[in-house]
Design a protein around this ligand. Structure first.
Ligand code: 5GP
Length: 192
């Protein structure tokens, strides 16, 4: 890793089900010195998810208060239903201390952060799905979903892939081989 005097926020972007979480998990195992902030959300925890570990789970009123108190670096409605946001306090002190901070985020969050931070503080990677079919299968496996919700996710996917062209790098993911995506990200980080 080239030494940076300033920290860097590495954003892992891509549609639901593309495997952002797995990529982040592998990066976390391989880079104990990097920071992996927890986001906040109004959605309910899924089975096996824990408050403060997977997300800070907030009620709508609690989330409103955090927006009002200007606590978020960015926040967004995701899939038109629930709100997600990244708190400033989870990111900015670490960047100031020269750390690498890694977060998976949707495309709106990525765009909002890129507008706020300076160009050399953020690097964004857009993960492209192996195929539409694989993505549908993964979304269906992850949690029960109605046909309408699936339709909504697929609409989001098309929009995200279009806007994701503006991310710094596109990573073509290969089914069941997330370590290949991780290695590509690490190689780019080394070189940049
Ligand atoms: P999930 O509910 O499946 O954990 O996440 C849904 C989507 O929200 C994913 O695309 C995830 O990357 C995104 N997300 C997670 N945290 C944040 C955040 O802090 N801000 C934004 N804008 N999106 C987020």
């Amino acid at each position: 890793m080239s030494s940076n005097s300033h920290g860097r926020l590495l954003l892992i972007v891509g549609p639901s089900g593309v495997g952002k979480g797995t990529v982040v998990k592998i990066l976390k195992e391989r880079h104990p010195d990097w920071i992996f902030p927890v986001s906040s959300t109004t959605r309910l925890p899924r089975p096996n998810e824990q408050n403060e570990k997977d997300y800070y789970f907030f009620t709508s009123d609690e989330f409103d208060k955090k927006i009002h108190d200007n606590e978020f670096l960015e926040w967004a409605w995701v899939h038109s239903k629930e709100r997600y946001g990244l708190q400033k306090s989870s990111v900015l002190p670490y960047l100031a201390a020269g750390k690498i901070v890694v977060r998976d985020i949707d495309i709106q969050g990525c765009e909002a952060i890129e507008e706020q931070l300076s160009r050399d503080e953020v690097i964004s990677f857009f993960l492209l799905p192996p195929s539409r079919e694989v993505l549908i299968e993964r979304i269906r496996k992850r949690a029960p979903i109605t046909d309408d919700e699936l339709e909504e996710r697929l609409k989001s996917m098309d929009m995200e892939i279009e806007r994701g062209k503006n991310c710094d790098y596109q990573i073509q993911t290969i089914n069941n081989q997330p370590e290949l995506s991780v290695e590509e990200i690490e190689r780019i980080m080394e070189e940049s």
